[in-house]
Design a protein. Structure first.
Length: 207
């Protein structure tokens, strides 16, 4: 049995502006920094204690992981497989700009079941899901029976949940994930269990 604690990064500037960023290097906002500190303090009280910490190498995730690493006394290990999906030419756009600039592609994008969808000069959905699944499998294989925290992105965590719960893969897009929230999965050989989704009580005091 392995406990996998999936943490979305704190609020970054593109979140505030409603833009897709993907692999870009937008930093955390002041609010995001406070969120990172709050989730770090929450994880420092985790029981049993977290023994391993991984992060996406993208700036906003690394900044969040740095706060967690400080409180846990751990090194945040970067793993390329945890990066957000590469939005390619759509990176930096908001929803209206995407729809107005690429209407045909926007229509395809809305079909969440279309795993062959690819962002121009970016990543295919299926390839992204496979990349994230392989990254989590790699991490879980190295730390069986431990408590492992992973700091990543909204898309990465949704893809990870789809991988860990394949029977509900069609629901991947519907998972609400607040910035700096915690989603907790207990990984068992007999079946995985989702213990919490987008837990943000450390941000506002409410479970």
């Amino acid at each position: 049995m392995t406990d996998l604690i999936l943490v979305r990064h704190g609020q970054a500037t593109h979140n505030l502006e409603g833009r897709w960023e993907g692999w870009g290097s937008t930093p955390l906002t002041d609010t995001g920094q406070r969120q990172a500190e709050a989730v770090a303090q929450r994880l420092a009280e985790w029981c049993p204690p977290i023994l391993n910490l991984y992060t996406s190498p993208i700036l906003r995730a690394r900044q969040t992981a740095a706060a967690i690493a400080h409180h846990l006394g751990l090194e945040a290990i970067k793993h390329d497989g945890l990066r957000e999906i590469n939005f390619g030419q759509v990176s930096g756009m908001n929803l209206d700009e995407f729809r107005d600039t690429m209407p045909d592609l926007y229509d395809r994008w809305q079909d969440r079941s279309d795993t062959t969808f690819r962002y121009p000069q970016g990543e295919q959905r299926l390839a992204f899901f496979q990349r994230v699944g392989e990254a989590l499998d790699d991490i879980l294989a190295q730390h069986a029976g431990d408590q492992v925290a992973v700091v990543a992105h909204g898309g990465t965590i949704r893809a990870g949940l789809a991988h860990l719960f394949p029977d509900t893969m069609s629901d991947w897009w519907t998972y609400p994930l607040r910035t700096a929230s915690i989603s907790h999965v207990r990984v068992n050989s007999g079946g995985n269990v989702l213990l919490s989704l987008s837990d943000s009580q450390h941000l506002d005091g409410q479970p």
